[in-house]
Design a protein around this ligand. Sequence first.
Ligand SMILES: [Zn+2]
Ligand SMILES: [Zn+2]
Length: 477
Amino acid sequence: MDSMVFKDEVTENEIQWQTVVAKQDIRTNFHLLKPVNPLSGKRDTTITCDICQNPATLQCISCHSCWCTHEHFLLDDEPIHVHICSKLTELWYMQFERAHQQIGEDTVSKRMEDRIQTQMILDIKRTCEVRSRGYCAERNYIMALAPALRSLQFALKVCGPQSIEFVSCSLMLARIHLGLRKYNYVNQSLSQLSVECDRQIQKELQNIGEGKIYTNKITNVQTVTGLGQNMIKFPFVRIPLEVLERMDTQVISLQGRVQYLYGTFFQSLGERDLSIKFLSESVYYQSLAEGPTGLKTSLSYLEIAKSLLIGQKPKDLSKLNMKDRFKNLNTQVKQSLNILQITVDIWNTAIRRSLNEQKVMSFDYAEVGEPRLLLQDAKAIAAMYLGMDSFLFIKATSTLCLLFTMYDADYEAVIEARVARRAIAEFQKWVGPSDKEWQDAHTWDTDMRDLMSVLETPEVMRRIAQIERENQGRIII
Ligand SMILES: [Zn+2]
Ligand SMILES: [Zn+2]
C-alpha cells in the first residue's frame, strides 16, 4: 500500500512525531529487533516493510513483522505492533507448520485449521481497527496510521479487495491522510473509493433483483477538478426511494461515508459550495441508513454547519446586546448556527437516554467524527459567533458535561459544568424569568449543580486545583 507519510508538505502532526522520534521518548522494544536475513524469504522476492512496502532491514524476533527503518518500526510498535505481536506470532507458527505439512494429509482438519486462522486474523484486524479509531478520534493521525494500514492488509487477505470490509478500511486510511493533509493521496483514493462504492451498489441491486436500474443509466457521472489538475469523477446514483429502502443499510451507509469524506476533503480545501453539495448527499444516504436524527447523520450536519462558515469572519460581539447578536448575522451564519443547534439537540437527547438506561454509547465510525469533538466544535463556534453567554454555548457545554459523565471522566465533567454554570449566570443577565430560554437555562443550571455535587470529590478537586496552579489562573474553556 502506497502511503504518503513523510512525503508532501510537512504537517504539525509530523513535526510532533519527528520530535518524539528524535528524543526516542517512547516506550521502545528495540531488543525485539533483528536484522532481516535476506535468505529467509522466498526465492526472488524481497522482504518488504509492513508499513511502506520498501525493502525491509529489521524484523521482529517474535512475530516476524518487518520494517525498513527504525522510524517505521516506531511508527508501528507503540500504536499497534506491541498489542498484536503475540497473536501474530501464533499465526506465524501456524502458517509455518502448514507450509511444511506432508502432502495428502487429512483435508477435514486442514479446512478446520483454515477456519481458525481466518478467525484469528479477523480478531487481530478488529484490534487494529479499534486502536486506529481511538487515535483518529483524538485527531492523532500519525499514531492512527499503522493500525489502519494493518487492518487494511488483513481485510485484503481475508475478505478480498471487493469486500465492504476492505472499502471500509480504505475509507479510514483516506480519512487519516486527510487529517495529515496529504491531499494528493486523498484525491486519488477518493476516486478509487467512488468506484468501489459504486460496485457495492451494483452488487446489492443485483442481489435484490433490481440490477436493471443501473443499465437504465440512472448513474450520472460528474467530474470536478480536485487538487491541481487532478480530475475527480464521482457517480451520483439516483435510485428510486422504494428500491433504496430494500437495500442493505451497510451499503447505503458506506455511500454516505464516502460522500462525507468528499465533503470534508473539499472543506479542507476551502471549497464551500462543493463541500456542502457532497455533505448534503452524505446526509441523504445516512438518513436513509439510520434516520434523519441518527448520530452518524448528525456528524454530517456538523460539517455542513462548518462549511457554511467558510469565509465568514465572526464579528465583534462586545458591543452587541445578546438578543441582537443573532439578528445581526448574515443568512449563512444563521443557517449554520441553526444546524448546529439541531446537532447538539440530537446528541443531548441520545446522551440523556444512555444515562437514564445506564449504558455507555459506543461509536463505530471514527472517520465520520466523534461526539466529543463534535460538541467541542459546536461550543467553539457558538463562542465565536454568538458569545460565551449565548444559549447555544450553554447547551453545547452542558451536553459535553453529560458526555464526560457518561464516560466517567469526572474531572472533565466538572470543568464543563463550571463553565456552563458561569455561562448560564451571564446569559440570565440578558433575559428575564418570563423568557422560555431563561427557564431552560435554569433547568440546565439545576442539572449541572446536581452533577457537580456528586462529582466534586476531594480527589477531583485536588486535580483541578493543581491544574489551575499550573495554568496560573488562566481560564480554560
Ligand atoms: Zn517502511
Ligand atoms: Zn512482533
